[in-house]
Design a protein around this ligand. Structure first.
Ligand code: ATP
Ligand code: MG
Length: 276
């Protein structure tokens, strides 16, 4: 019998976490545009289920669940960090201090030092940017398709590298770094670029902005590990590669969790189970 569920109602996706009969952690997601589907799914449980609710659109889901008595709201950042701590243990990571970068619709950056956590930065560049720019530039708006096609593309004819600017001369910084995301497209606008190349470049822009900011935060806080979470990373190997490589290049350690997008939902679930 399922006794408790954790729900994270985000700007794009609603994530649900619960333990099944065999104590296996079960994770599901729904689009947040259809909150009545989520509420129908919840009310399909006849049992007197306990619900931990978090996320920016939690209040909106609450209006669908008025009759539900065992509902508790949790502050999004607290739930997310509790979930991250649980996932780090589950994935056998042992460090206690980290920068946590949550790449949701937008991106939120936190410092975790032992049991203390604080939101330290953020940017509007996030998963919503990946979907939005991809849709506008290629007409493709399915996340899975964007990821799949981007893996086949190349950024070399769209981005401008430091080495492109110095044109064979000695570069003052690593020539392989991006000098200007999409910079080549502006200077050579008539050249044909495939959808795959454009999508790969959007992933590059999103990944590099987010990792650059996260790395700056890690330097400022003197923290080695950066844990990148959020559904934008889910089955998104190209983005993980961009972020992972850049983070390593800057001598910080990138960590990707097994279930990227579910930290908030897991944290909300744990609050009901631990009886906090
Ligand atoms: N099935 C999917 N449908 C839509 N977007 C998806 C899907 N899977 C992954 N994504 C990506 O995940 C992003 C949303 O991530 P996440 O669920 O962590 O954010 P959120 O919690 O909804 O937003 P926020 O925390 O900013 O309120 C989308 O913007 C998109 O890039
Ligand atoms: Mg979220």
């Amino acid at each position: 019998m399922v006794q408790a569920i954790g729900i994270d109602v985000g700007g794009t996706l609603t994530k649900v976490a619960f333990f099944e009969h065999n104590q296996q952690l079960k994770l599901l997601h729904f689009p947040s545009v259809d909150l009545h589907i989520v509420s129908e799914w919840i009310t399909s449980y006849k049992e007197d289920i306990q619900i931990g609710l978090t996320g920016g659109r939690a209040e909106q889901l609450k209006t669908f669940l008025r009759s539900h008595e065992n509902l508790q709201y949790l502050v999004e950042f607290d739930a997310t960090i509790a979930g991250v701590n649980y996932q780090l243990k589950k994935d056998n990571h042992e460090f206690t201090d980290a920068v946590i970068t949550n790449i949701g619709t937008g991106t939120s950056i936190h410092s975790l030092k032992g049991t203390e956590h604080e939101r330290i930065a953020g940017t509007g560049i996030g998963g919503g940017t990946l979907l939005g720019m991809s849709a506008l530039m290629t007409g493709i708006h399915q996340f899975d398709e964007i990821v799949e096609l981007s893996a086949l593309g190349s950024r070399s004819e769209v981005d401008m590298l430091v080495s492109d600017i110095y044109f064979g001369n000695k570069t003052p910084i690593d020539g392989g770094l991006t000098a200007s995301n999409f910079g080549d497209a502006g200077l050579r606008p008539l050249m044909e670029r495939s959808k795959e190349d454009v999508l790969a470049t959007v992933q590059g822009l999103v990944g590099e902005v987010i990792s650059t900011l996260s790395i700056q935060c890690a330097f400022a806080e003197d923290i080695e590990h950066i844990v990148y979470i959020g559904s934008t990373l889910a089955n998104n190997e190209p983005l993980q590669k961009i972020i992972g490589n850049y983070t390593k290049r800057k001598k910080r350690t990138p960590i990707f969790l097994t279930d990227n997008g579910y930290s908030g939902a897991i944290g909300a679930l744990l609050s009901k189970i631990d009886g906090k």
